[in-house]
Design a protein around this ligand. Structure first.
Ligand code: SF4
Length: 289
């Protein structure tokens, strides 16, 4: 009977090596990338296709929105609740594994690669909180970690797993050559680790009832202004911003000038503040009243 593994996969080098290590043992590997207003599944999809492995997208929006309210394990340096986020993702993979008959779940995490979220305590905590820690294999550091169920049962050959630790990527780069795949340096990453974006998000979070997934997406674009205690707005800086704001506004009041090229503005909050938005749009269009 074939052994089946389902991986949490962002599309980076480590995940690609982890998937290749398992595949080289004859394991059937499938990959899943999580999507939310703060991180995209695009790179996971592209990298899975370069590896030629089956891939699926999993929506993590409601889980991450809830975690932002009160993450049990706290935030990292910015608004990134990494421990609970990882645990939640593995919890979802664990449930899928049970429903669909996967023998194990895995990730490209490396012991000691990130001081806060990938030290030994954090990896253990994530495994415990996920509720499916016994299923969870980290092929890149497996020989430095306790045996998982799949190793104990002989479904995975522990001696052919790796003992990588720390921040360096030298061995992963060498292994990419051995396995013969190309990889890209991570692009967008997670917005919850970006200070500028998080300062906007904090404002949305502190105004009761304002934060929704759609507004979290909007806040990625344009200039950001707080107009009053309960209202903010976004004003495009360039064509790309304007297009994004228009397509993401979905019901939020917007304003742009009809006869003059200029920015698109989007209001979030009290609609009676629309005149304030109009003033800003005129200002950045270079129009004098
Ligand atoms: S960096 Fe973002 S996506 Fe990754 S674990 Fe942390 S919060 Fe989740």
């Amino acid at each position: 009977m074939r052994v089946r593994a389902l991986g949490s996969f962002s599309g980076g080098l480590d995940g690609m090596v982890a998937a290749s290590v398992l595949r080289s043992q004859g394991i059937d590997v499938e990959l899943a990338t999580f999507e939310s207003p703060f991180f995209s599944s695009r790179e996971g999809k592209e990298a899975a296709s370069r590896l030629g492995l089956p891939w699926r997208e999993l929506d993590f929006t409601s889980e991450i929105m809830e975690l932002l309210g009160n993450p049990p394990s706290g935030f990292g340096k910015n608004l990134n609740p990494c421990i609970d986020c990882h645990a939640g993702m593995f919890g979802i993979l664990g449930r899928i594994a049970e429903e669909e008959g996967f023998d194990l779940i895995f990730s490209g995490e490396v012991l000691g690669q990130r001081p806060m979220s990938q030290n030994r305590n954090s990896l253990n905590r994530v495994a415990r909180l996920s509720g499916c820690g016994r299923l969870l294999l980290r092929p890149l550091s497996a020989r430095l970690l306790p045996e998982t169920e799949a190793e104990e049962k002989g479904l995975v050959d522990r001696s052919r797993l790796l003992d990588i630790s720390g921040r360096g990527r030298k061995r992963q780069v060498q292994l990419a050559e051995v396995f013969g795949f190309t990889y890209r340096n991570p692009g967008g990453g997670c917005l919850l680790t970006e200070p500028n974006y998080c300062s906007r998000l904090k404002v949305l979070m502190e105004i009761p009832g304002l934060l929704t997934p759609g507004r979290a997406r909007l806040a990625r674009y344009g200039r950001f202004f707080r107009l009053s205690s309960d209202t903010v707005c976004l004003v495009g800086r360039c064509e790309e911003d304007n297009t994004a704001l228009e397509s993401l506004a979905r019901g939020e009041p917007t304003f742009s000038l009809e006869d003059v090229p200029g920015p698109t503005g989007v209001l979030i909050g009290d609609p009676s503040m629309l005149p304030e938005l109009e003033v800003l749009v005129r200002k950045y269009a270079g129009v004098r009243d």
